[in-house]
Design a protein around this ligand. Structure first.
Ligand code: NDP
Length: 274
């Protein structure tokens, strides 16, 4: 095992199942050693995930630690921050994976989707960027459904407006029902809210998150594919392992700023149009 000082650390959200879990599994099954902090909102499910992976890969060169994190709960995020501080932890790769979709939800459920997939991700970045190493990366799990081509004209125009500010982005997010009123079904997306939540996230990654990072740090938005998770459903064409592929690929890329990929949307290891 490499000495601690040479090992890179990963913190991943929503990793008790689905693409997050598959990403951790792929990393612990491969030879490159990492110190992984797996988080989940449900402590029991997260600790079980860690135990299952440790039992399945007893010879893994990576280590697994667990901490609870509900991305929508400020107290939970603050406890994670205190634990990171108290244990002198640094993060080389922050993977914001946790997300939800509630098709045809009521107004409260619509707000919850936007909170989980956009507001809480932005808030968590602010809280965890101070722990990012000088050449660290942040990976924000987005979706092709968040691309501008999928959105209705009102949201597309608002997010493409050259005078967009972070404060205006928050206003659009707070008014998302109105901003998505002219949405037209696109492929599997019949409901506008999940696509809109990821479009807000994409705009944040494209325009506002880079300025919060050092020039030596990077951010990627990632489309994992349409994947057979609880969210993606059994008819999705890609396996969980395939869904983890681009996330693991970007994690393993050298820790130097990749001007081609930085602050862009990446799917299937390639650049995609925002
Ligand atoms: P799953 O529903 O299988 O997993 C979602 C994960 O997010 C679970 O661990 C869930 O925890 C967690 N989560 C949800 N809300 C919170 C919260 N408030 N705090 C902490 N964790 C939370 O979905 P996927 O694995 O498919 O989704 C992972 C990411 O990939 C999401 O961001 C999703 O939008 C994105 N994505 C998925 C696609 C697909 O086809 N599956 C396509 C494109 C993007 P719990 O078990 O407690 O609910």
């Amino acid at each position: 095992m490499q000495p601690t000082s040479q090992r890179r650390a990963i913190l991943i959200t929503g990793a008790n199942k689905g693409i997050g879990y598959a990403t951790v599994e792929k990393i612990v099954s491969e030879p490159t050693p990492y110190d992984i902090i797996l988080t989940s909102r449900d402590t029991k499910l997260g600790e079980e995930a860690v135990k299952t992976l440790q039992a399945k890969y007893p010879k893994s060169t990576s280590t697994l630690a667990y901490h609870q994190l509900d991305v929508n709960d400020d107290k939970s995020a603050d406890e994670l921050v205190a634990w990171l501080k108290g244990n002198n932890k640094k993060i080389d790769v922050l993977i914001n994976n946790a997300g939800i979709a509630i098709p045809n939800g009521d107004d409260n459920q619509k707000k919850l989707v936007v909170k989980t997939n956009f507001f809480s991700v932005a808030k968590l970045n602010e809280k965890l960027i101070p722990f990012l190493t000088e050449d660290g990366k942040t990976l924000q799990v987005s979706s092709i459904l968040g691309t501008l081509q999928v959105q209705g004209e009102t949201l597309r125009k608002a997010l493409s407006d050259p005078s967009l500010t972070e404060s205006k982005l928050h206003d659009i997010a707070n008014d998302i029902i109105e901003a998505t009123s002219d949405f037209k079904p696109w492929g599997p997306a019949k409901d506008p809210i999940y696509p809109a939540s990821k479009a807000l996230l994409n705009a944040y990654v494209r325009y506002f998150l880079p300025s919060k990072l050092k020039v030596t740090q990077q951010v990627y938005a990632v489309h994992p594919g349409w994947v057979q998770s609880d969210m993606g459903g059994g008819n999705a064409p890609q396996t969980l392992e395939e869904g983890a592929d681009t996330l693991v690929y970007l994690t393993n890329l050298p820790f130097v700023v990749n001007a081609e990929l930085n602050a862009k949307l990446i799917g299937d290891r390639k650049l995609m149009e925002f």
